[in-house]
Design a protein around this ligand. Structure first.
Ligand code: PLP
Length: 507
């Protein structure tokens, strides 16, 4: 579709528009029912769509008039435009063949929670600005804490994303270091370089937090990993000592449970030992992996996190709650309050310190009622239902890992502790550069097929394919079909290159 095509004419103005005020209740009911019917049909038939959107840049915008309608439009036409304008540009994260990044799904109860939160449209910045926002959040996060096996001392707060949770955690760690940044800032003063430590496999959100907090990218020191992509705790200890000797101020370590590239799990207990000895803050990034601790036999992944100062996990990643919702657990929420609380006159309330005011625990004032969807999800599935679903995803990933291990000329490039499988096709006699290009071609071809969507990473400089399982609709036949497609595509691409290449040594 060309981006120069003229935009379609605007829909006809609606006939019985109210002069002022909102959409009348009966009209709302009619359209909302239609929207819910559409959602139910969409979710039931999501497999009909290509997983990865096929639009070209600008295609969607070209379907939207450049100026807003001067008169209100008939809402049935607006809803119809979801099919015409929006759907072609949707990459279907709900599709059971979605295996890219970290595969996530919302769920029925989560979607209903999101809709109801929108209807209530409350701002839970203060306890009194809507007490249920605070109290449902406190209860739901305490339920989740119990499900993950974190100790009672931890108190949760909801942020939008793990990036912001980690930013809040590092800002709180800086407050705990008592260097007066809140009052004096970081520049134009006598302050040693402050340093955060994380493994070479850490998510880019940690770098971004350091940029945002004025620590700079040099304020983050990356620690080497072992053969299984886990942080080397001894190297961490040595790095902190070296930096201290150089006059720097080490103040925070970020350990990852479920790294983005490979889902490796840092040795949190050994890292907690280092942090205790060196008196630095320990933040655990369990944005994706954390949910797996709800499975009793996987609870070990958070071993050592009970000694952390803060832990982030994202229900919007592997806990079936629609994006966005991230949970930051803090051992001492008062430190976070000290870092962020600022109460102008108009926000002072008579409840004082007897209540929690959510605005005190991060940079944002306004607070969406995100806890409602999480509460619905936890109640609908129950702790055992959540565990059973995550357990199945891990089982499917291990099945796939086994098929890859058993297949000549395919290899896993990292262990599979959770539900992410990292691998490549390695035809006989193919050099490293060419193997990279070959795997990129495989990825492009399978993604173009519309049947699956996978992503990639680089390990030791080489391209690795990532297939992540985390979608409620993904079942074993989907994973089997994905594997068949990958193998077939790998072989076909080789045949195009040369009819025998890569198979010479197959008996
Ligand atoms: N941490 C890890 C380990 C991640 O994998 C990701 C995203 O995939 C993030 C943090 C950032 O998550 P968010 O998109 O919620 O900021």
């Amino acid at each position: 579709m060309s981006t120069t095509e003229p935009a379609p004419p605007a829909a006809a103005p609606r006939s019985a528009a109210p002069v002022l005020g909102d959409m009348p209740p009966e009209e709302f009911r009619r359209h909302a029912h239609a929207a819910v019917d559409w959602m139910a049909d969409y979710l039931a038939g999501v497999e009909r769509h290509p997983v990865l959107s096929r639009v070209q840049p600008g295609d969607v915008a070209a379907l939207i008039p450049p100026s807003p309608p001067s008169q209100g439009e008939d809402f049935a036409g607006v809803l119809a435009d979801v099919e015409r304008v929006v759907m072609p540009g949707i990459t279907h994260w709900n599709h059971p063949g979605f295996f890219a990044y970290f595969a996530i799904t919302g769920s029925g109860p989560g979607i209903i929670g999101e809709m109801m939160a929108a209807a209530l449209n409350v701002n839970g910045m203060l306890w009194r600005s809507s007490p249920s926002v605070t109290e449902v959040e406190e209860r739901a996060l305490d339920w989740l804490r119990q499900m993950l096996g974190l100790p009672e001392v931890f108190r949760g707060t909801i942020q939008d994303t793990a990036s912001i949770s980690t930013l809040v955690a590092i800002a709180t760690a800086r407050e705990a270091a008592r260097v007066g940044v809140r009052e004096m800032g970081m520049s134009g003063r006598d302050l040693p370089r402050m340093r955060v430590y994380a493994s070479e496999q850490v998510h880019s959100s940690i770098d971004k937090a350091c940029i945002t907090l004025g620590l700079g990218m040099e304020g983050l020191r990356k620690i080497p990993v072992d053969a299984e992509f886990r942080m080397d705790a001894a190297a961490l200890d040595a790095a902190i000592e070296e930096d201290r000797a150089a006059g720097m101020l080490p103040f925070c370590v970020v350990a990852t449970v479920g790294t983005t590239s490979t889902s490796s799990i840092d040795p949190v207990a050994a890292i907690a030992d280092v942090c205790a000895r060196r008196k630095v803050w320990l933040h655990v990034d369990a944005a994706y992996g954390g949910s797996a601790a709800a499975v009793p036999e996987l609870r070990w992944i958070l071993d050592g996190a009970e000694r952390a100062d803060s832990v982030v996990t994202n229900p919007h990643k592997w806990l079936f709650t629609p994006i966005d919702i991230s949970v930051l657990y803090l051992r001492d929420p008062e430190l976070c309050r000290r870092a962020f609380s600022l109460v102008p006159d108009y926000l002072a309330t008579p409840e004082g310190a007897s209540v929690t005011n959510l605005m005190d625990y991060g940079p944002a004032l306004g607070k969406r009622f995100r806890a409602l969807k999480l509460w619905f999800v936890l109640r609908y599935f129950g702790a055992e239902g959540v565990a059973a679903r995550i357990r199945e995803h891990v089982r499917l990933a291990r099945e796939l890992a086994g098929w890859i291990d058993a297949e000549p000329f395919w290899e896993r490039m990292a262990p599979t502790p959770l539900s992410l499988v990292v691998f490549r096709h390695r035809p006989a006699g193919m050099g490293e550069e060419e193997t990279d290009a070959h795997n990129e071609r495989i990825m492009a071809a399978v993604n173009e097929s519309g049947r699956i969507f996978i992503s990639h990473t680089r390990l030791h400089g080489r391209i690795a394919l990532r297939l992540a399982i985390g979608n409620l609709r993904t079942q074993e036949p989907h994973v089997r079909a994905a594997w068949d497609l990958l193998r077939k595509t790998g072989d076909e691409l080789l045949r195009v290159r040369s009819p025998t290449f890569g198979r010479e040594s197959i008996p």
